[in-house]
Design a protein. Structure first.
Lengths: 85, 473
């Protein structure tokens, strides 16, 4: 991985590194990527990607209206404190 | 041990205040060397203990954890107490609310003695990545206590608290428990609410107890677990009705992929002796195979950093991690610079490494080859676990490939450090409950740990079997 690529990742991650740190990270990433590349050997053709850590879906609370929290102002809009002055 | 302390309190052999004082005198004696704690909460602890004593003296019944001193890993929020996650970037952060587990322990009457050291944001296997200092292994101060919950493990092992809480994303409860010779339970994913746990990798993180006995771990698990409206991934795990669990009815699998070259000879021998003992008790122990095992760690090192890079975006100098050095009011500094500088200065080496790695595997052009591929392998690993659990009830493996290593031994080579989690990550990938049980020592008096892994949701039967094995030892 060269400096251009590292710089691009740093830009995406909003992270500042010294040149010395960049060199070390490029070396480390090369080793780690080499290691994780083992996964390419695994046949995964008929497998759906597993998103998240559980098979359960959308555990939601009941959608109850709490009148105390409802602060409807003029014309039925929510009223919030001003954001800009 | 908790039960014993509880009886002493009930029978007025000791007061809750004296119990707290006793633990603090151990802390004062030992912690200058071990360095398990980042923050101590003695004043509040004594105030809480006083209330428990008043309750006892009024003749009121107390619950099992009332007055019992415990410690918490410093990535779990305790209202009005500093919570650093072991990171300089949160050096001055004071939590504004209690994590669900803390709320539950507070209402159960347990008494917090302090917050324990960890690898920064729970990223590491030795506490050497802590932004503050390295915790030492109580069995040998030149060795690491393991990590990332190294402070919590060392604190229990050195008897500086009755039990502690840790978090486990790839082995961070079980590996330090193995290195420090104590019990460490990683519950099923979702069995314990993550609300108030500083997120590392949300699809893998789980909070669990570290304790002196399986019974203690069970008492704590019973209190901290359960579905929580504040964590939509939390769930109830079934309690077992029949507590007369017979070990003869149990089939145990030894996955051959865990008994590989590179496994320490002494650990292997101790486990073999253990297996012989189980066979003598007429337990069916058989070799099984989980061929995806070697892919669990590489899979983990894609999914985890991906989630890390996203979860740590919030430390931007605005929402969290305000640094007095950089002020947005400084006219020379724009918002972009504030982000880059806050994160560049505030994060340690390992955190930066994982944020960049995670950014890489999620970035355009690499997403399919890395992240999506890893998500598919994750499913494959889960399917293979499901298959093997049709053959056997539990799996037994070593918890770690080696006993506690020396401080500094692995800190310069990240990959060799990652490999110390090789036997623990699969349970996180699969969301499965797993426990470390101390089963012996090396010639150099370092603890050896056995890992038992159970099917998803089998936490209570896992604890039962662990208790039985604990008694066979």
């Amino acid at each position: 991985m060269d400096f251009t690529e590292i710089n691009h990742l740093l830009e995406l991650a909003r992270l500042e590194l010294s040149n010395e740190e960049k060199e070390k990270i490029a070396q480390d990433l090369a080793k780690i990527l080499d290691y994780v590349n083992q996964l390419q050997e695994v046949k995964t053709d008929n497998l759906e990607p597993m998103a998240g850590g559980t098979f359960s879906e959308n555990i939601l609370r009941d959608d109850e209206i709490n009148p105390q929290k409802l602060n409807l102002g003029k014309e039925g809009y929510f009223e919030v404190p001003p954001i800009f002055e | 041990m908790i039960e014993e302390l509880h009886q002493k309190l009930v029978n007025k052999e000791i007061t809750a205040m004296q119990l707290v004082e006793d633990y603090f005198s151990v802390i004062e004696k030992k912690d200058s060397q071990i360095q398990a704690f980042l923050t101590l909460t003695k004043k509040q602890a004594l105030e809480e203990a006083k209330k428990v004593d008043e309750k006892i003296s009024r003749g009121k019944k107390i619950e099992i954890l009332e007055g019992i001193p415990y410690a918490v890993k410093d990535n779990i929020l305790v209202k009005s107490v500093k919570t650093t996650a072991g990171s300089k970037i949160l050096e001055n952060y004071v939590a504004s609310y209690d994590a669900t587990v803390i709320k539950k322990l507070k209402s159960a009457g347990a008494i917090l003695v302090g917050k324990t050291n960890l690898d920064e944001f729970a990223m590491g296997s030795s506490t050497e990545n802590s932004g503050f200092f390295t915790t030492k292994n109580p069995w040998d101060l030149t060795h690491v206590p393991g990590g990332s919950s190294g402070g919590s493990a060392a604190a229990v092992s050195a008897q500086m608290c009755a039990f502690s809480l840790g978090s486990d994303t790839g082995g961070s409860i079980r590996q330090p428990a193995a290195f420090c010779g104590i019990i460490g339970l990683k519950p099923s994913y979702g069995a314990v609410s993550r609300y108030g746990l500083i997120s590392m990798a949300s699809s893998l993180d789980v909070i669990g107890p570290l304790a002196q006995s399986v019974e203690d771990a069970e008492i704590v698990f019973q209190i901290i677990s359960g579905q929580d409206p504040m964590d939509s991934t939390s769930c109830e795990v079934k309690q077992i009705q029949d507590t007369r669990y017979k070990i003869q009815d149990t089939k145990i699998g030894l996955p051959q992929e865990y008994f590989i070259k590179g496994l320490d000879k002494e650990i292997q021998t101790v486990i073999e002796i253990m297996v012989q003992k189980l066979k003598k008790q007429k337990v069916v122990v058989k070799e099984v195979s989980i061929s995806s095992t070697p892919y669990a760690l590489p899979c983990y090192y894609i999914i985890m950093p991906a989630e890390v890079s996203s979860n740590l975006a919030r430390y931007d100098g605005i929402r969290y991690a305000s640094n007095s050095k950089f002020q947005i009011s400084d006219s020379k500094l724009n918002l972009r610079d504030l982000y880059f500088q806050t994160r560049g200065e505030g994060f340690g080496k390992e955190v930066k490494r994982r944020v960049i790695l995670g950014t890489y595997v999620l970035s355009k052009g690499y997403y399919d080859a890395y992240y999506k591929k890893a998500q598919k392998v994750r499913r494959l690993i889960i399917e293979e676990f499901n298959k093997v659990f049709k053959e056997v009830n539990f799996l037994i493996t070593p918890t770690t490939p080696t006993p506690a290593f020396k401080i500094g031994e692995k800190s310069t080579d990240p990959l060799s450090m990652y490999l110390s989690d090789i036997f623990t990550v699969a349970a996180n990938i699969g969301g499965l409950p797993a426990i470390n049980l101390p089963i012996g020592f090396t010639k150099n008096h370092l603890p050896i740990g056995l890992q038992i892994i159970g099917p998803y949701g089998s936490d209570y039967s896992l604890l039962q079997i662990a208790k039985i094995i604990e008694n066979i030892l």
